[in-house]
Design a protein around this ligand. Structure first.
Ligand code: GUN
Ligand code: FE
Length: 462
């Protein structure tokens, strides 16, 4: 298939391309070739020059554009039913009163089947083509989550939460060994899932998921570290330095460690394929350690505001060349859409910029400055891909990469602007992207592709 029309493509934190392209997707679902800045009258000859005769061209309409799919580097599938509740709490009380009770329900396999089917559908239709999912402590429910994601054709990492202390009796593994056994069985199960028919590579991969240091004993973290060491390709996801009370409690549990990041590092869990969610309050030494280990940070600004956690200094991390992606952190965050994370990442950066207004010697970098649309696009796509160590295959459009993409439509089917009411649509593609980011939603995402296959969006028939 060859697509023709407006294309948004991230290049760097400061630059994205916005132009009319011909983009060819092979039967493998990878991008075969791209020609940029193509005018209507050269479409046929450009096709012919690439040996495309009798090949269907899918032309995007006026008001539509293609962009890479969103990467959600941090979310909790079992918390979707809780979205929008419990906002009076901060993290530790919220976990106790709202979150653990909901996650506990997933001991019921039928509940898991029903709930996860609707969760995954909703996440896909929000435009998330790659997702890092936390499951629960339960083996059967988390297997079901992985199976549903695989059957729907979404790219994802799925892990069971490791919890063996500081959680209620109804939601805790009886021992470190039991928690490890669940993790090992889940990994084997995910590795032997049937290939989704449209992909030659597995779309769903396992990920080690120590919930956070507070809920894991040292023996459990040590066993997870050993398992990680036995497979350097195995991703790891966890929470770090989200809330002041959480940090104090963590340091009291690990008095031998000098920092929160140091706890994970001491167990071999801080490495180039570790995804650290939040990182709101890291100190200078921890920032250096995270940079040195090349671990990635999942910026979850909706959640950081909603649970009154704080404002993560993302610009400082970018200045240290730390990989950063966006996370919805449902249901700490009240929206499963990366669009909400984009909006709140922008506001978070403006809060820091306002606090540092008038600072002398403003840096040339990103620290304490407003994030541009280019930066927001990057974090939502290629930055997230880097955090997942998938940047060679997804996150932007280039030859050989997977076609994981969205068709965004700012006009409805009758040709009326969907975002702008009856007002005029912006003429520029850059303007359309900005307005989609700040006032669009899943009604504007008409098609969601993973590995070349249509898996969601308003135009997807199921
Ligand atoms: N820390 C430990 N568990 C969680 C969780 O479920 N959500 C958030 N936001 N932080 C956590
Ligand atoms: Fe979280």
């Amino acid at each position: 298939l060859v697509y023709y029309g407006s294309v948004i493509n991230p290049v760097s934190l400061k630059l994205f391309k916005a132009n009319r392209c011909l983009l060819a997707v092979g039967s493998s679902g990878n991008i075969d070739w791209i020609v940029e800045d193509v005018e209507d009258w050269v479409v046929q000859e450009t096709m012919a020059a690439h040996g495309c005769v009798d090949v269907e061209v899918v032309s995007l309409r006026d008001g539509e554009f293609l962009m890479p799919g969103f990467v959600d580097t941090h979310t909790h599938a079992p918390q979707v039913p809780n979205i929008g509740s419990g906002q009076q709490y901060e993290l530790l009380e919220w976990l106790e009163n709202i979150t653990f009770p909901m996650e506990s329900n997933f001991s019921n396999v039928e509940f898991a089947e029903r709930t996860y089917a609707s969760v995954v559908r909703r996440v896909i239709n929000s435009g998330t083509t790659t997702c890092c999912y936390f499951g629960t402590i339960h083996l059967e429910a988390t297997k079901i989550l992985a199976e549903i994601v695989n059957a729907c054709g979404q790219r994802a990492f799925v892990g069971n939460c490791n919890i063996d202390r500081n959680a209620p009796d109804h939601y805790i593994s009886p021992s470190a060994e039991a928690s490890m056994s669940t993790t090992k069985t889940l990994i084997s199960h995910i590795k032997q899932l049937p290939l989704n028919p449209h992909s030659v590579e597995p779309l769903v991969q396992p990920i080690l998921t120590p919930r956070f240091a507070i809920t894991c004993t040292s023996p459990l973290l040590a066993s997870l570290g050993e398992l990680a060491a036995s497979d350097p390709t195995l991703r790891i996801q966890t929470h770090i330095s989200e809330n002041p009370s959480e940090i104090t409690f963590t340091m009291s549990l690990f008095p031998e460690c000098s920092s929160y990041a140091g706890v994970y590092d001491s167990f071999g869990l801080l490495r180039a394929n570790t995804v650290l969610a939040h990182a709101v309050h890291l100190d200078e030494e921890e920032i250096k350690l995270v940079a040195q280990k090349n671990a990635g940070i999942s910026h979850c600004p909706t959640s950081n505001f909603n649970l009154s956690s704080g404002v993560a200094p993302i610009g400082r991390y970018l200045d240290q060349k730390i990989k950063v992606g966006l996370g919805t952190d449902v249901s700490g965050g009240y929206s499963p859409s990366i669009l909400s994370a984009i909006q709140n990442a922008s506001i978070a950066s403006k809060v820091l910029a306002m606090q540092h207004r008038g600072d002398s010697g403003a840096s040339a970098g990103f620290a304490n400055k407003q994030l541009s649309v280019a930066s927001l696009l990057y974090l939502a796509t290629l930055g997230g891909a880097e955090v997942c160590n998938l940047e060679t295959s997804v996150g932007s459009f280039s030859v050989g990469k997977s076609f994981d993409a969205l068709v965004v439509s700012v006009r409805d089917d009758s040709g009326n602007p969907a975002i702008w009411g009856s007002g005029p649509a912006p003429k520029s593609l850059e303007g359309m992207l900005e307005q989609f980011f700040f006032c669009g939603d899943d009604r504007n995402i008409s098609r969601v592709y993973v590995q070349g296959k249509l898996i969601g969006g308003t135009a997807h028939k199921r």
